[in-house]
Each structure stands twice: as C-alpha cells, then as structure tokens.
Design a protein around this ligand. Structure first.
Ligand SMILES: [Zn+2]
Length: 363
C-alpha cells in the first residue's frame, strides 16, 4: 500500500510532465521550423516550384518560382559542375545565356562553359556565393569551351584558368586574348544585363585596352574573385513585383578612382573577423521575404526535363492540354520575344490544377 500511495503522485507527476512536453513540442514546432536554416531548405530542393516565373527579394536575399534549367549541353555551351544542380534561373536569364553562347560563337569564342546560376528555387546556397538567389545571376567561365564534349567527370573536376596574378592583381598577359574582351563586350551589350562582375585586374585590362566605344565598360564592375569566371547579373523582370532592384551603376566607364582603390592595400587586408559566420550560414526563413515560404512549398514539375529551356524557338515541352488557358506571365520587353510561350505554360491555375508537361518532342 505504501508503494501504491507513493506511486500515485509519482504517476501524476509523470503525466503532467508528459503533457507539458507535448504542449512544449506543439508550441515549439513553429519557431523551430522558422529557425531552420534557409540554405538547408532551399539546398534540398531538386526541382523548381511550378508557377509563373517570379523573382522575390534581392540578389543576396530571396528566392524565385517558375525557374527553368539550361540543358547540360547546347550547340555552343556545356554546363560545368552539374552535380551542384545550379543550372536553374529565371527564363529570361536562361534565354540570355543561350543567346550569348550563339552570339559569342559568332564573335569567335568557341562556346560557353556555364558555371553556377541558381538552385532550382534559388535561396541561399550551402556553399559559395552570397548572391545568385533570385535566378538573375550567372557565372560564365573565362576558359573557352573545348572542341570536344566533356564527360560528366571532366565537368566536375576540370579546373578553370586563373587569369589574374594573385599578388599584383593584374591580368596575366600570356593568357589574355582579345576574344575575352569581345565576350565581355557582347555580354554587356544586352539590355537586360545590368552588371558584369570581373576581377579588378580584368577591369583594368579593359580600361587600358578598349578603344572606340567604351560605354559598355560602365556595366563591367570590379569585384573580389571573378578571376576564372565572370558574373552576369540581369535586372528584375516584369511579373516580379517583389523583386528588389539593385542600385544603378555610377555614370562613366568606371576607369577612375573607384578602380584605383582596388590597387591599394585596403581591399586586400585580411578579414579581421574570419570566424564570423557568413549571411547565408545564419539566414532562416524568417530572414527571407515571406513569399519564399510559398515558393519552398510550391509543387514540383513532372521532371527536370519538363522545365528545361531549349531556346531557339523550340518549346520547353509540348503544351499541356488546358481547359482554360493560364494568363501568360510576362518577361521583359526584350526577353519576351526570345521566350517561347510554353515557358509560361507551367503556371498553375486553380481551375485546372497543375498541368503535367510532356517531354519535349524528339528528345
Ligand atoms: Zn557569381
């Protein structure tokens, strides 16, 4: 009896404790989810969110829906490091890379080695890059495409050519060719492109050697890194009301004190707080625009192939059978002409649910 008497309050205590734990777990569920690192959530997504193309937030703090992939191979491009699954972007970005590959080839550049664009739904990445989060940034190697198809293994392991001397921050003249200049000029020539980021040494090389038309140099901005690839950034596209535009570049060709600063000691001082975590390593869903949660929760397409953008007027996929046509999402005025209508055919509408794209004909 003594045992029973003692155990009764004991049991009650246990029950109370159990209830308290349950209540706590229930209460804690939401804050815990909100505190999950955004890079883990976005980094885990294998496919984009089916929706009209839309960039949300800023280049270094956002996400995007309705992304499409650039094919691993094109007539004039090859995607590098495919295992990273960062060949996704806003359709205008993907169309632009494909166009650049053709135009650059006409200028004498054999083809593009395409580096990182974005994760399928953007967001912060597990490694590398502060930006590339809203589908409007792309890295292109400064190494020309070889005249053979690279194997998957080569694409993972091949090193890019470092064009800049890390001590002097000047371009290695033995490696620099006029075709590099023409490639950067071509990339800067598109209206959608707002900035091209290159190593200060490359900017200086352009400042020192470009003759005639120098207006395009305004878009080419010096930045750390970018010595084996350059970075193309396009502006916010129509249909993305929550896309935050970047500041305009300063007028002029940028071959001034702003460039000279890069050749002082100041930009290269060792980081005083090397252990301070990077923004992407602390960002939670609460740090991102609220709409990014819906992007994260959005439905997958049928396959990556179904949302791969082939350009050249060839539809992404056969048009799905619709009972009611979805309102076409708009790209920028210049981008719209380059986009097949079916790029936007993945937009979900409540009336028809999610159209299931079929594979591209003949592929
Ligand atoms: Zn980049």
């Amino acid at each position: 009896m003594k045992t029973l008497k003692r155990s009764l309050p004991g049991r009650r205590l246990l029950l109370t404790a159990a209830l308290a734990v349950l209540a706590l777990t229930g209460l804690a569920a939401r804050p815990a989810a909100a505190e999950e690192l955004a890079k883990n959530l976005f980094g885990a997504k294998k496919l984009p969110a089916v929706a009209a193309p839309q960039s949300i937030g800023f280049y270094s703090k956002g996400c995007f829906a309705g992304g499409v992939a650039i094919p691993l191979d094109g007539p004039k491009w090859e995607v590098m490091r495919p295992s990273r699954n960062r060949r996704w972007g806003h359709p205008t970005m993907i169309a632009l890379i494909e166009k650049l590959s053709r135009d650059a080839a006409a200028d004498g550049w054999p083809g593009l080695l395409v580096g990182d664009i974005s994760q399928p739904r953007g967001g912060p990445m597990l490694t590398g890059h502060a930006s590339h989060q809203i589908g409007l940034d792309a890295d292109i190697w400064l190494t020309p495409m070889p005249d053979r198809k690279l194997s998957l293994e080569q694409r993972e392991n091949m090193s890019a050519t470092l064009l800049v001397d890390e001590k002097t921050h000047l371009v290695k003249d033995a490696l620099w060719v006029p075709a590099h200049m023409r490639l950067l000029k071509r990339a800067a020539s598109y209206a959608e492109v707002e900035r091209i980021l290159v190593n200060p040494g490359i900017k200086k090389k352009l400042c020192d050697t470009v003759k005639g038309d120098r207006a395009w140099l305004r878009k080419v901005r010096p930045f750390w890194g970018h010595d084996y690839h350059f970075h193309i950034r396009i502006g916010c596209q129509l249909g993305s009301p929550n896309c935050k535009a970047q500041e305009n570049t300063a007028p002029g060709d940028g071959c001034d004190q702003s460039l000279a600063w890069w050749f002082t000691e100041e930009p290269w001082r060792p980081n005083k707080n090397p252990d301070r975590p990077k923004a992407r390593d602390v960002m939670t869903m609460a740090s991102l625009p609220a709409a990014c949660q819906a992007v994260l929760d959005g439905p997958d397409p049928a396959s990556a192939e179904a949302v791969t953008y082939y350009g050249d007027g060839v539809p992404v996929a056969a048009a799905p059978v619709l009972t009611k046509a979805p309102a076409p999402a708009r790209a920028s005025a210049s981008g719209a002409a380059a986009l097949p209508a079916s790029v936007n055919a993945f937009a979900a509408t409540p009336e028809i649910g999610i159209p299931l794209p079929r594979p591209r004909p003949g592929n």
